[in-house]
Write a protein that binds this ligand. Structure first.
Ligand SMILES: Nc1ncnc2c1ncn2[C@@H]1O[C@H](COP(=O)(O)OP(=O)(O)OP(=O)(O)O)[C@@H](O)[C@H]1O
Ligand SMILES: [Mg+2]
Length: 274
């Protein structure tokens, strides 16, 4: 395989450049009579240099996953551009897909297959020798406290947290250059959460990875992220280091969050009609 990483690394482009991106979905009104466009992502711009870890915080429905899905080429922007190491996500989808890896709470697996089989499928796609990959996966999963016998049962028989750990191991196996982590630690026990956070920091060091991570955990954002974006109703309300945000909006990141978000979480949902 001839991965495009080599070209990407020599270009000097930022790992990620998001420019004026919009995305709407169609939603029925309460009487189910008419469809309205609902703006999930509104005019987002963000440049992420290599090796940076950027966090996205925001209430439920504020657009974090939609933004990450756009970056991951799983959705097409209505307007604006996204480039990954200079590759436009629409024009160079295949190259972009080789450079990124996404972990989300709703990890996609072949649920009837075992973890080993799912991992073999993923590494096959990326041209990584299976034996090496399985050994590496075992080491990662051991650190995350998953017993190796669990690798031999169908995924559908594992708990959500256990499946999440396998999704994380799978993402780390393919040495991604840009990792898109959508709530990777949601639902994990505290020790596993800490291990995943440690992996995120390690993967930046060992693979020169750039990481975008959404989370509801303020401590996690503060521990991992060089910069944090606070997202509400599809927009970035603020973007800066935790220290910068706290200097402007409050003593803790949680203070910052409430200062910028204002309303209780679910009340913001679905009101951003275009
Ligand atoms: N496939 C879809 N079809 C229609 N509407 C969608 C779709 N995906 C997301 N939305 C809407 O877009 C908005 C943003 O959703 P999104 O999943 O991006 O939020 P989020 O910030 O990730 O929330 P959470 O914290 O709950 O994960 C919500 O109003 C949601 O209902
Ligand atoms: Mg989400």
């Amino acid at each position: 395989m001839n991965p495009p990483q080599v070209a990407a690394i020599t270009t000097g482009e930022p790992a990620l450049a998001v420019e004026g991106v919009w995305k709407s979905f169609r939603e029925r009104d309460e009487g189910h009579r008419q469809w309205h466009p609902v703006a999930a992502v509104q005019d987002i711009s963000l440049v992420v240099p290599r090796r940076e870890i950027v966090g996205i915080l925001g209430p439920n429905g504020s657009g974090k996953s939609t933004l990450i899905r756009l970056m991951a080429t799983l959705l097409t922007p209505d307007a604006g551009h996204i480039r990954v190491f200079g590759y436009d996500i629409q024009q160079h989808r295949t190259a972009v897909r080789r450079l990124i890896n996404r972990v989300s709470v709703e990890a996609s697996f072949f649920k009837k297959l075992t973890a080993e089989e799912n991992l073999a499928y993923a590494t096959g796609l990326y041209g990584i020798p299976n034996r090496v990959a399985q050994q590496h996966a075992r080491e990662i999963l051991e650190r995350l406290g998953l017993l190796s016998k669990k690798l031999k049962v169908p995924l559908e028989q594992l708990s959500r947290g256990q499946q999440q750990k396998i999704a994380i191991a799978r993402a780390l196996l393919t040495s991604p250059t840009l990792m898109l982590l959508d709530e990777p630690t949601t639902g994990l026990d505290p020790k596993s959460r800490r291990e995943v956070q440690q992996f995120v920091l390690e993967v930046r060091e060992t693979h020169d990875a750039t990481i975008v991570i959404s989370t509801h955990d303020m401590d996690e954002a503060e521990r991992l992220c060089d910069r944090v974006a606070i997202m509400s109703r599809g927009r970035f309300e603020a973007l800066g280091s935790a220290a910068e945000l706290k200097a402007s909006y409050g003593h803790t990141l949680e203070d910052v969050f409430f200062a910028l978000i204002g309303e209780p979480l679910d009340e913001t949902e679905g009101k951003n009609f275009c």
